[in-house]
Design a binder for this molecule. Sequence first.
Ligand SMILES: [Zn+2]
Length: 67
Amino acid sequence: MEKENEKNEAATYPCRYCKQKVPKGIARCPYCGTFNPTMDTKRSLIWTVGAILFLYLVGYLVQAFQN
Ligand SMILES: [Zn+2]
């Protein structure tokens, strides 16, 4: 029974805010209105930190080449 449910809901993920099951990749949760409800918060944080580090690295390299 549980396995059947998992199969049927394979394309749904719990909303990160209200935990209701919503289709994967949906732009906005139909229950609570959160944007990108299936986006992993940790992953987006890692991406943000990575982008900042990348910009720092580019800035450092530009300065190193100018000197
Ligand atoms: Zn929600």
